[in-house]
Design a protein around this ligand. Structure first.
Ligand code: GLN
Length: 202
């Protein structure tokens, strides 16, 4: 297999292009995944930010949900930002009643958790594990992680203000998720870390 992994970006809905750019910037080959058969062409999958209720509905309608769950069970690394985090969560609060997820991350997330007043905000998150300075994080009607299972590693927490202590980045095995959107800021350290996870898995 080549040194550069092929990483799909689930293109049902959301900020697909931004993730493709970030992946290419860290040396991966990005593949826009629109058809189920394309899952066999990729080493890993990114689930973009967007609207998880719409993404879920489209995934069910297009017959994607079962193959995505199977790919995850078969050990495909997956990274989800924002709506993508919701798609990877085992439990979702304030979900639509019929909202389904791929699951796999033993976390409880709350949709739109930060409330209306701060629909969108930016803050710096200390991510010493990534090396380098704190990461500038953009939150857009973001979920937060309200509970984590024993196997979940907490990678990022808001460290000041009203929301201090809120978990916004997690990993469990080959699954990585952030409440925020590193694909929008030009800081590619999360994507780079994901590529390392993918390489380590091959
Ligand atoms: N609020 C959206 C949802 O529930 C997520 C927002 C985002 O991805 N920027 O899916």
């Amino acid at each position: 297999m080549s040194a550069s992994p092929t990483i799909g970006v689930l293109a049902l809905q959301g900020d697909v292009r931004e993730h493709e750019r970030s992946l290419e910037a860290v040396g991966a080959t990005a593949l826009r995944v629109r058809r189920i058969e394309q899952l066999s062409l990729i080493d890993a999958l990114v689930i973009p930010g967007g609207e998880s209720t719409t993404m879920s509905k489209l995934a069910v309608m297009d017959g994607f949900m079962a193959p995505l769950r199977q790919a995850r069970l078969d050990g495909m690394p997956m990274y989800g930002s924002c709506a993508g985090m919701i798609m990877l969560a085992d439990r979702v609060l304030d979900a639509r009643p019929d909202q389904e997820t791929i699951g796999g991350l033993d976390i409880t997330v709350r949709r739109n958790a930060f409330g209306r007043q701060v629909d969108s905000f930016e803050t710096d998150i200390d991510m010493a594990w990534l090396g380098g300075p704190p990461m500038h994080a953009v939150f857009i009607r973001a979920p937060w992680v309200e509970a984590t299972g024993a196997e979940v590693e907490v990678l990022g927490v808001i460290d000041s203000g009203d929301r201090a202590g809120t978990i916004v980045a997690v990993r469990q095995g080959l699954l990585l998720a952030t409440s925020f959107h590193p694909e929008l800021t030009g800081d590619h350290r999360i994507h780079s870390n994901f590529v390392e996870i993918v390489k380590g898995n091959r």
